[in-house]
Design a binder for this molecule. Structure first.
Ligand code: G3I
Length: 487
């Protein structure tokens, strides 16, 4: 009798969960990729926060199917690596040539990619006939004619122009010597920006430079004074490009400060030529998160696609190897682009949060306030208990451990199967204990486990106290969305 009724209950339970699995499978078949799920390409991931992720492109490589395949799969912005420079577009006076630049722009337009224009006024890749000019009126006419000629050709098609490139001297707050500074004086930058605004009012106008990422560098301070002065006097400038050519350590420690300070002047900031010696996952993750944490950091461009395409190929500084495979830096970048909680900065370390499920308005808690390893995660009405409070510990690469306040133990998944329990365990920082934070809008996040790639999920969308929280394929549905409420 007893065995019989137990087996009947087991059969009922089995039927019940089989039906539920079918329902879940059908739902997933109808909506294979919920709009709010983490994106799987760099461009799509950046687009979740209205940013772009771009690459420098060489016209001569577009015929390489592997190259253009990666470009069109992963990137939603392009910069011509050399083709829009003065020595390509106006090799002799007033004789404009756009063949290879047009190839890039046409490719971009037919693949819904934005175009960054690079670059109008630069001392390098500048034809000798320009360098030889000694008369200020002539050079002023020539410079403005160049800006007008190139910008008119692409009017309405360029998201942002690098109007002036690399005007500051290395290690200095002052402008470098160039034909422009030496013949026209330091006012050539202002003149170039005013001409550019009139030539294509729809394009954002950027000043672009390298070695300006460290807030404490003299060059950074010189550039800051220039932008502050332009904003104060109403000289048109919309953005500052930080080239971001980095050594193996990646961005300097003050880069976040630099971006925030420039953004506070009222300009967008962009990482325009990113590459990092060795391309470690941690370095790419860190620099991407630095951009994501500044609302006015509108996009990132890497300076090439595969290591073999790089201007500093020997450093292997890019996101794809010579065979077109994704490198670890790719994952570090993608995770950072996907991890924007609450539409703002990352979760704050050292802050206790309640995780409140969107469908039930109940808090995640450790069952019975147990302090023992193995106690399970469930939902319960908010009651102020410390077993309903969690803080985040960084594991690097955009992953966090989630620590229960009452026990000091961290949340861990039991394997990789859907439906597996989440329990508290001693902190070992194993991948089963690491979670990435996926922004679901409206202040809600989903937590996706690193080992299983499955999301924290209130079982069967239950609204009952005590319903267990396990892991399930990320759908972004309400039983996977948790408000991060400060406790
Ligand atoms: O195409 C010619 C080839 O026909 C010739 O035989 C060969 C001989 O060296 O040169 C080839 O042109 C080279 C061109 O790249 C295309 O590959 C030039 O020599 C070479 O100088 C040029 O280098 C470019 C460099 O700017 C010039 O300053 C790089 O590709 C380009 O990545 C680099 O980009 C700059 C940004 O515009 C500004 N910030 C720094 C960044 C890196 O230096």
């Amino acid at each position: 009798m007893i065995p019989h009724s137990r087996s009947a209950r087991w059969r009922r339970t089995f039927r019940h969960s089989a039906v539920l699995s079918l329902v879940a499978a059908a739902a997933m078949a109808v909506v294979p990729h919920a709009a709010s799920a983490a994106a799987s390409t760099l461009g799509a991931a950046a687009a979740q926060s209205n940013r772009y992720f771009g690459a420098a492109v060489a016209a001569g490589r577009l015929g390489d199917a592997q190259y253009s395949g990666i470009l069109d799969r992963e990137f939603n912005s392009v910069t011509a690596e050399n083709e829009m420079k003065w020595d390509s577009t106006e090799r002799s006076r007033n004789n404009f040539t756009f063949g290879s630049a047009d190839q890039i722009v046409n490719h971009a337009r037919s693949h819904n990619q934005r175009v960054r224009g690079h670059t109008l006024v630069w001392h390098s890749q500048l034809p000798d006939w320009v360098k030889a000019i000694r008369d200020a009126n002539t050079l002023r006419t020539v410079m403005n004619n160049h800006i007008n000629g190139v910008m008119a050709h692409y009017k309405g098609q360029i998201y942002a122009w690098d109007v002036v490139n690399e005007a500051f001297a290395d290690g200095s707050t002052q402008l470098r010597s160039s034909v422009f500074r030496d013949v026209l004086g330091t006012g050539f930058i202002e003149e170039a920006f005013r001409t550019a605004r009139a030539a294509d009012p729809a394009a954002k106008l950027c000043y672009n430079d390298y070695n300006v990422e460290d807030w404490n560098a003299a060059k950074t301070q010189g550039m800051y004074s220039l932008v502050r002065d332009f904003k104060a006097r109403g000289v048109p400038i919309d953005c500052v490009g930080f080239q971001s050519h980095f050594g193996s350590g990646g961005a300097p420690g003050s880069f976040a400060t630099t971006l925030a300070n420039f953004a506070a002047l009222g300009v967008d900031v962009q990482l325009t030529e990113l590459d990092i010696t060795g391309a470690s996952s941690a370095a790419y993750n860190n620099v991407t998160r630095i951009c994501m944490n500044v609302p006015r950091c509108t996009g990132i461009t890497v300076w090439g696609i595969r290591d073999s395409d790089s201007w500093r190929s020997a450093d292997n500084p890019l996101l794809f190897d010579r065979s077109g495979n994704k490198k670890p830096g790719y994952d570090g970048t993608l995770n950072a682009l996907n991890a924007v909680p609450g539409g703002g900065g990352p979760v704050e370390i050292g802050v206790n949060y309640r995780l409140v499920a969107a469908h039930s308005n109940k808090s995640a808690q450790i069952s019975n306030a147990s302090t023992a390893p193995g106690a399970t995660l469930v939902q319960w009405s908010a009651n102020g208990g410390l077993n309903q409070q969690f803080d985040f510990l960084s594991s690097g690469d955009g992953y966090y451990r989630v620590r229960a306040r009452h026990s000091g133990l961290v949340l861990q998944v039991a394997g990789t199967a859907t439906g597996a329990n989440i329990t508290q365990q001693a902190d070992t920082n194993s991948t089963a204990q690491q979670w990435r934070v996926v922004d679901q809008g409206g202040g809600a996040v989903s937590l996706v486990n690193r080992l299983s790639n499955l999301a924290m999920d209130v079982w069967e969308v239950s609204t009952a106290d005590g319903a267990r929280i396990s892991q399930w394929t990320l759908t972004g549905n309400a039983n996977q969305r948790f408000q991060l409420q400060r406790a």
